[in-house]
Structure formats: structure tokens, C-alpha cells
Design a protein around this ligand. Structure first.
Ligand SMILES: NC(=O)c1ccc[n+]([C@@H]2O[C@H](COP(=O)([O-])OP(=O)(O)OC[C@H]3O[C@@H](n4cnc5c(N)ncnc54)[C@H](O)[C@@H]3O)[C@@H](O)[C@H]2O)c1
Length: 436
């Protein structure tokens, strides 16, 4: 099939490359000229495992190309995927300006009937709004499909090539059929393609993210209770997750969730509900708990060193909101670093991939943060080590070396990846989340 994908970010680039991998001819479009120029030179603007090989292969096979020529991308393809950003607007709702700008552009440029596929995460009612926007600019008919994306950064390619389910929200059966044909090769193992009305498809994405985020906030609250009553959250988590009705995923307590999706989607869902006259209490509490959790480690650090962190230096491992990505959007490390700096501390930070992005986002506290090239370099002369993101390379470090480099042998483990007993035997003061 001939497909154009509008937006070449974390989602658009993966979607475009994976659709090309399956034999489709894909044009990937962006308004960011610099991004397209880099992609044309073979550079991948983001870190996502396996993506650069996938893009290179499909460009070489002439199935995937990049352009800033919006109109040509509309005219050249029958199926138009919209994967532009829907960031948080000022009032917490999703900012729809990019999606609607693309819709308007498609309406103006189209030369025949098209199918427009909404991959971006968009509030209920957007399918209808996009259809109206396109219809007001053209005489040709259009089928608009709500096809939310469930991929995870860090495992995005595998998630797209082997999805747990594909959700297709379409009013017209013939449009849904084209989508089913497009996705059939991705669900050979029997995972379902779920065809439904557009509103249900739109809401599914928000409900799924809110469910996952609420499990995290729930477990973070249980972790806090564990500390108060002398329980170990790791034991509790394992035992709770062993119940097949519950399962183990998304039950890990930590420094709070972040990233480009959960925070903004949870807020947008709460806004949608309030606009419909409903208060989603669990969803709103999920966010409140998360905001508190992002500063939980800071309160532990203050408890240990006393209220004043003036003159203290903290080594911080992991900046990205999770491992295997360079995405710093709403990353808990941002709140923690700003909190530490506010209390008078300096930070020596290290991340395998996200340093460049972190530097940009943290320019307000630049004077107080040193970005290190190596993990151990960050520990040199620091008063404590704080683990924020559980990259694999942090899992089995050389603790003797760390103890020699630190001024005080103290570890704050924001992901509970270290064994408290082992660290105590090695002479460290250890502080995890919800245990010891
Ligand atoms: N990142 C994720 O893990 C993830 C997962 C599932 C769904 N989503 C959703 O997918 C959407 C995209 O997310 P993302 O993380 O890829 O965003 P992103 O910010 O990485 O990329 C968006 C891209 O769209 C481009 N763009 C903006 N306006 C444009 C226009 N008029 N024409 C062409 N390109 C334009 C931007 O330049 C940018 O390159 C969002 O709605 C997000 O909520 C994201």
C-alpha cells in the first residue's frame, strides 16, 4: 500500500519504518526541516533500539523516504497516518493544534478519496472534528480511522511489529476493512484486531494508560505504607503479582512515572471527564500520588543529611524517564534535580543516552549540574549515589569502586534494584523505596 506518515517523532518514525518493513511504500513527512535533513543523511534523531538499522534497510530498499513536502505526501498516498504530537495544553487538556493543522493541510491538498488514520493520542470526539475539518476544505470524501498506538519507547519496534492488539475505530466498514488488511501481517500469532466505533477507540488509549499509571501510583502508596509499618514492598509486590487476576507488570514502586504519555494523558483524561460533568477520582488521585512520589527520594536525602543540603554533591545515575530511551519529557529526574538544586546541592549526573536532552531541559539549573561521560565519574567526590533510572549497566556495579569514589558510602535506590543486605555488608547506608 502507499502510505504517508505525518510526524517523524518517537511514534511516526517507528510506524513508518515498520510499515515499510512489511513491504508498503512509505513517505515520512515532518515540518521540522532539520529533522528531515538529518534523516535524509541517515541520522536518527532519537535513541530507540534497532531503529537505525530498520530505517537504513528500508531507505536502501526504496520503501521509505523522507520529505518536508506536505502536499506531495498527501497526493502520493491513499492512506495518511497522523502521528504528530498532542502535548499538554495550558489547561491540562491535549493540545490539538498540530493534529488539526495536518487535517486542514490534508483537506487542502487532497486530489481523491483518502483514508486518514489518527495514530496520535487524541481526546474523544477528535475523529469527528478531523473529518469536519477535512470536509470543510475539500470536495472529496474521506474515511477517518482512530487507530491509537500502544508501543513502549525502548521496545517500540517489537511492540509495533507484534502488537497485543490493534484497535481500529471507524464509522464505515469499508474503511475498517482496508485497515484490517494493512494490519493482518502484524497479528499472525492470533492477537486480535478490534474494530469499534471511533469514540470507543479514542477512549481505549486513555483508559489503558490510566490503568497502567494507576497501578504504579497504587504500588507507590503501598510502598510508603510498608515503610511506616515495617513491611518490605518487594515481598508484597511479588506475592500480590503472583495472583493471576493481578499479574506482575506495572507493580514496581519507584520514583514515579514520567515520559511523553502517562502524565499528559492522565491529565487529559481527567479534563475530558470534567468537561463531561464527571470527576474521575481514581485518575485524579493517580496524578496527585505521582507528583508526591517524584519528590520522595528528595525527602529521604534530606532526612539523611539534615534539612540543609548546602555544599552537598549528589551523584545521579539515570536521567531518562525509563531505560532504553533518551526521552526526558516529564522525567522524574527533572523534578528531583531541580529539588536538590533548590535545597543547595550540586548534582553530578550520568545517563547512557539522555544527557543531551537533559542538558536542554535543565538549562535553568545548568550552573549546579555536571554531566559526566562515565557512570563512575559521577560518583567522584559525591556525598551519595542516587539511582533514578534502571539502565542495565547500573544493575551490577563495582560497589568497592563506588565506595572509594564517594565521600560518604550512601546509596539511594529509586528503583529497588540493589540488595539492601549486600549493600549494608559492603559498608553502605542503603535507602530504597518501601523497604529498609
Ligand atoms: N512516544 C510514545 O511512546 C507514544 C506512544 C503511543 C502514543 N503516542 C502518541 O503519539 C503522538 C506522537 O508522539 P511522539 O512521542 O512521536 O511525538 P514527538 O514530539 O516525538 O513527534 C511529533 C513530530 O510531529 C512533527 N509535527 C508537528 N506538526 C507537524 C505537521 N503539521 N506536519 C508534520 N509533522 C509535524 C514534529 O515536528 C515532531 O517531529 C502523541 O499524540 C503521543 O501521545 C506516543
Amino acid at each position: 500500500m502507499k502510505i504517508s506518515v505525518f510526524g517523524t517523532g518517537y511514534v511516526g518514525l517507528v510506524v513508518g519504518a515498520c510499515l515499510a518493513e512489511n513491504g508498503n511504500r512509505v513517505i515520512a513527512v515532518d515540518i521540522d526541516e532539520d529533522k528531515i535533513a538529518r534523516l535524509k543523511r541517515g541520522e536518527i534523531p532519537i535513541y530507540e533500539p534497532g531503529l537505525s538499522e530498520l530505517v537504513a534497510r528500508n531507505v536502501a530498499e526504496e520503501r521509505l523516504s523522507f520529505t518536508t513536502d506536505f502536499d506531495r505526501a498527501v497526493v502520493s498516498s491513499k492512506i495518511l497516518f497522523v502521528a504528530v504530537g498532542t502535548p499538554q495544553g495550558e489547561d491540562g487538556s491535549a493540545d490539538m493544534s498540530h493534529v488539526l493543522a495536518v487535517a486542514k493541510g490534508i483537506g487542502r491538498a487532497m486530489n481523491e478519496r483518502k483514508i486518514v488514520v489518527l495514530k496520535s493520542t487524541v481526546p474523544v470526539g477528535t475523529n469527528r472534528k478531523v473529518k469536519e475539518t477535512i470536509a470543510s476544505a475539500t470536495e472529496y470524501s474521506v474515511g477517518v480511522v482512530s487507530n491509537p498506538e500502544f508501543l513502549k519507547e525502548g521496545a517500540a519496534i517489537d511492540d509495533f511489529l507484534r502488537p497485543d492488539r490493534v484497535v481500529i475505530g471507524a464509522e464505515e466498514p469499508e474503511t475498517a476493512e482496508v485497515m484490517e488488511e494493512l494490519y493482518r501481517p502484524f497479528v499472525r500469532t492470533g492477537n486480535p484486531i478490534l474494530v469499534m466505533d471511533p469514540e470507543s477507540a479514542e477512549l481505549t488509549k486513555y483508559a489503558a494508560n490510566a490503568m497502567l499509571a494507576s497501578r504504579i501510583s497504587f504500588m507507590n502508596e503501598i510502598a510508603r505504607l510498608c515503610e511506616k509499618v515495617g513491611a518490605d514492598v518487594s515481598q508484597v509486590r511479588r506475592a500480590v503479582g503472583s495472583d493471576r487476576r493481578i499479574g506482575h507488570a506495572f507493580l514496581f514502586p519507584g520514583v514515579g512515572y514520567g515520559g511523553s504519555c502517562f502524565p499528559k494523558d492522565i491529565r487529559a483524561l481527567a479534563r475530558t471527564a470534567r468537561a463531561a460533568g464527571l470527576e474521575l477520582k481514581i485518575v485524579e488521585a493517580t496524578e496527585t500520588v505521582n507528583e508526591e512520589q517524584k519528590l520522595f527520594l528528595l525527602s529521604k536525602i534530606r532526612q539523611h543529611f539534615g534539612e540543609d543540603l548546602m555544599g552537598k554533591t549528589v551523584a545521579l545515575w539515570g536521567l531518562a524517564f525509563k531505560p532504553r530511551t533518551d526521552d526526558m519529557r516529564d522525567a522524574p529526574a527533572l523534578s528531583l534535580i531541580r529539588g536538590l538544586v533548590r535545597e543547595g546541592a550540586r548534582v553530578r549526573a550520568y545517563d547512557p543516552e539522555a544527557t543531551k536532552e537533559a542538558r536542554t531541559q535543565l538549562n535553568d539549573v545548568d550552573d549546579h549540574v555536571t554531566y559526566c561521560r562515565k557512570s563512575y565519574e559521577a560518583c567522584d567526590g559525591a556525598d551519595a549515589l542516587v539511582l533514578v533510572t534502571e539502565w542495565n549497566e547500573f544493575r551490577e556495579p563495582d560497589f568497592d569502586r563506588i565506595r572509594k569514589l564517594l565521600r560518604h558510602p550512601v546509596v539511594f535506590d529509586g528503583r529497588n534494584i540493589y540488595n539492601p543486605e549486600t549493600l549494608k555488608e559492603l559498608g553502605f547506608a542503603y535507602f530504597g523505596i518501601g523497604r529498609g
